[in-house]
Structures are given as structure tokens and as C-alpha cells.
Design a protein around this ligand. Structure first.
Ligand code: LCS
Length: 398
């Protein structure tokens, strides 16, 4: 019997989509490790190529395991279709280069992952695609966003919560500007995951992910996902993906499908622990500022409440004594692991100005609100009291 009412997101996370590509009734679909596919006849092969027959051709173009992940991500983000890619960066590049061409421009929030900033600011510029960045203080009104848009603007782009400051941008506000101007809004939903935030429901047209983070959840694979309408995904495939070939490996797709099954449980734990640790940090006399959208003191607290289910697992903070004190902490912790990336089972600590956001100049970091002493914590799945004890020991040395 088919379910009579729509399934909850928690149930979709576990079950999701089940397009069957085998006859063996596996609970867990196998990994289709094949580069190419047999055609039943010459006419069958020709039919697949001209679109009159269904079937797979070649794994750069499509693969059953990758297709299953794509279907699942479309369901979880509330889109019609998805494209899985080799990394978050290749997902962002695919979206950017299929929407904007030489002579065009894009408008992006300034505070984004350092790799994204570098792609937009340097590599797109080399291709004569201009990136116009809006500093966090100017992201508040529709007028400020509109002021940067002209007839050559092909898309708006934002990250919320933003890497690394955990700034919150109002997706509905940006979507209203995008819709008024008739251009797509692209949202990087990496920090939230679809469990906490569904940008397409808030008016965005495209969602991108570094699936490497919460979707994989175990720090062992790199991947990316793009979600949106079937027509938009077709455009990105035809215009970019099939030719530039940023395809995800079937093995990685299988691991992502496995990781996603526990997304709801993991996110609940990340959020509960992050709130506890953020509150503890905020009360610590040696900590200057704590940035966590779940705190009343966070300027984006109300906006986060309006668009997120909970506040995520990412915290940023500044210690009294600036960068020198921050370095003492990063060198002293033992349970928190000094490493970039985020969304893993282990708590990770890093210094954005010299690590993930080193691609910004000091001036650009200032404009993006990324303090030189800022420390970023990706709260893992450990007992939060053990993480607090680890941080407390390190703060004692400051
Ligand atoms: N978008 C966001 C928000 C990210 O944080 C990252 C990577 C990417 C896109 C790129 O995805 P990737 O190609 O790495 O899968 N963020 C990293 C970070 O903060 N530390 O190391 C990587």
C-alpha cells in the first residue's frame, strides 16, 4: 500500500526515492561501478541518444547510483531534479558558468567560502565574468541588493549561514529581489543542510551544496550537489556538465546515500551541542565575541528563526588577545581537531584568516566581516561536555 499522506522530511531522509535499477530487491541499492552500458541493439542505442528511449549511456552523463542520490536530494530540497558533482566547487562552477557568459555579471554576498570567493573574484574575472560583492552590512534591504543589478546580471548568490562568520542572510528578501528582476537566486545550503533549511521553499531557484560536509557527514568523501527545476538542471547538464565532466563517482554517491540516512539524527545532535557550547563560550571571561545564530545576541537570530528549523553546528568566536590567543587555543586543544572542513563526526577547529579564507586579502576580509582573530568551530557528535572541557583547558593557557 502506498502512503496516503506526504511523508515527513525525517522519513524521506531514510527512505527517499527508490527508483529500482536492479531486480534483486536489495534493501540498499548496489554501487553501479561501470563506465559504460550495453545497448540491446543498434536501434536501442540510437534511441537513447535521440531521447526516444530510456537508458544509461556513459557514467559521465548518468549512472544509476548517482541518479539515486540526485533523486534523493531533489526530494529533500523540494526541487524537481538534481545534479551530483565531484565537489562543492565543481557544483558552484557548473551553476556559475552555465548561467553567466563573458560580459555578464553576478551579484554575491561577500562572506562566502574562500574557494567560492576566489572562483568568483579571480577565475570568473579571467573569463570576463564580473562578480559584484555586497558586504554584510549592505545585505539588509532590497534596495541595497538591487543597486548592484543591471541588465547583464545573470544570477544572485548567497551563503546562509555564511562561512565562516555564521552570518544569516534573509533568503526571502533576496528571492523577492531576484524574482522582481527575473533572475535566479542561488543559495549555498551547505551549513544548514536541507534538514534545517529549504531555500527553494523560500523563493530561491537553485540550491548548491558542498556535500562533503553534513550530507556525507563522516569526513571521508568530497562531493557536490545542485538542485532546482528539471528545466534548469537540464540547462546546466547540456550547457556545462556533460562537456566539462564534473561527475560524481558512483562509489561516492553510494557513500553519500549511506551518510544521508542519518542526517536528521546527526543534525539534531550537532545543533543541541553547538547551542550548549556557544552559550558556554559566551559566558567565558576570556572570550570576546561568539557568533552563533542560536544565541539571542546574534544579529541574525530572528532571521534564522524565520527560515531555519534549528541553528546548525557551526560556531565562530574571538578570544581576548586576538590572533595570538587564538593560536594558543588551536595548538592546545586535543579533542577538537585542528583541520579545515566541517560537518564531520569529529569537532574541527580552524583559523579562517590564514586557512579557509586566506584567498581574501586582509582588506577583503575586513569588508566581509572576517576578523583576523576569528576561530571557527565545527561542532561534532561527541559529548559536548568533553568538548567544553577541552576548550576550557586551552582557554586556561591564554
Ligand atoms: N560551499 C561551502 C559553504 C563550503 O564550506 C565549501 C568548502 C564549499 C562550498 C566547497 O566545497 P568542496 O569543493 O570543498 O566540497 N568548505 C570548506 C571549509 O570551510 N573548509 O574546508 C573546505
Amino acid at each position: 500500500m502506498k502512503p496516503t499522506k506526504p511523508l515527513s522530511l525525517e522519513t524521506e531522509i531514510v527512505h527517499g526515492t527508490h527508483t529500482v535499477h536492479t531486480t534483486s530487491l536489495d534493501l540498499v541499492a548496489p554501487i553501479h561501478m561501470t563506465a559504460t552500458y550495453k545497448f540491446r541493439s543498434a536501434d536501442h542505442g540510437a534511441g537513447i541518444f535521440d531521447g526516444t528511449d530510456e537508458g544509461f549511456v556513459y557514467t559521465r552523463i548518468g549512472n544509476p547510483t548517482v541518479a539515486q542520490l540526485q533523486e534523493k536530494m531533489a526530494v529533500l530540497e523540494g526541487g524537481e531534479a538534481a545534479i551530483a558533482t565531484s565537489s562543492g566547487m565543481s557544483a558552484i562552477a557548473a551553476v556559475g558558468l552555465s548561467l553567466a557568459k563573458p560580459g555578464d555579471n553576478l551579484v554575491s554576498s561577500t562572506t562566502v567560502y574562500g574557494g567560492t570567493f576566489s572562483l568568483f573574484n579571480h577565475h570568473f574575472r579571467d573569463l570576463s565574468i564580473e562578480s559584484r560583492f555586497i558586504p554584510p552590512s549592505d545585505c539588509c534591504t532590497a534596495g541595497q541588493i538591487e543597486a548592484l543589478i543591471d541588465e547583464k546580471t545573470r544570477f544572485l548568490y548567497l551563503e546562509t549561514p555564511a562561512n565562516p562568520t555564521v552570518d544569516i542572510l534573509d533568503i526571502r528578501l533576496w528571492a523577492s529581489v531576484a524574482q522582481k528582476k527575473g533572475i535566479p537566486l542561488v543559495v549555498d545550503n551547505t551549513f544548514a543542510s536541507p534538514y534545517l533549511q529549504r531555500p527553494l521553499e523560500l523563493g530561491a531557484e537553485i540550491v548548491v551544496h558542498s556535500a562533503t560536509k553534513y550530507l556525507g557527514g563522516h569526513g571521508d568523501i568530497i562531493g557536490g550537489v545542485i538542485v532546482g527545476s528539471a528545466a534548469m538542471m537540464d540547462h546546466i547538464r547540456q550547457d556545462y556538465a556533460h562537456h566539462y565532466g564534473p561527475s560524481m563517482s558512483p562509489f561516492n554517491a553510494w557513500l553519500f546515500l549511506r551518510g544521508i540516512k542519518t542526517l536528521a539524527l546527526r543534525m539534531e545532535r550537532h545543533c543541541d551541542s553547538a547551542l550548549k557550547i556557544a552559550r558556554w563560550l559566551e559566558a567565558h571571561p576570556k572570550v570576546d565575541r561568539v557568533y552563533y545564530p542560536g544565541l539571542d545576541s546574534h544579529p541574525g537570530h530572528a532571521a534564522a528563526k524565520a527560515q531555519m528549523r534549528e541553528f546548525g553546528g557551526m560556531i565562530a568566536f574571538e578570544v581576548k588577545g586576538g590572533l595570538a590567543a587564538g593560536k594558543t587555543i588551536m595548538n592546545a586543544v586535543s579533542l577538537c581537531i585542528l583541520a579545515v572542513s566541517l560537518g564531520d563526526c569529529e569537532t574541527l577547529i580552524q583559523h579562517p584568516a590564514s586557512m579557509t579564507h586566506a584567498a581574501y586579502t586582509a582588506e577583503e576580509r575586513r569588508a566581509a566581516g572576517i576578523g583576523e582573530g576569528l576561530i571557527r568551530l565545527s561542532v561534532g557528535l561527541e559529548d559536548p561536555d568533553d568538548i567544553i572541557a577541552d576548550l576550557e583547558g586551552a582557554l586556561d593557557l591564554v
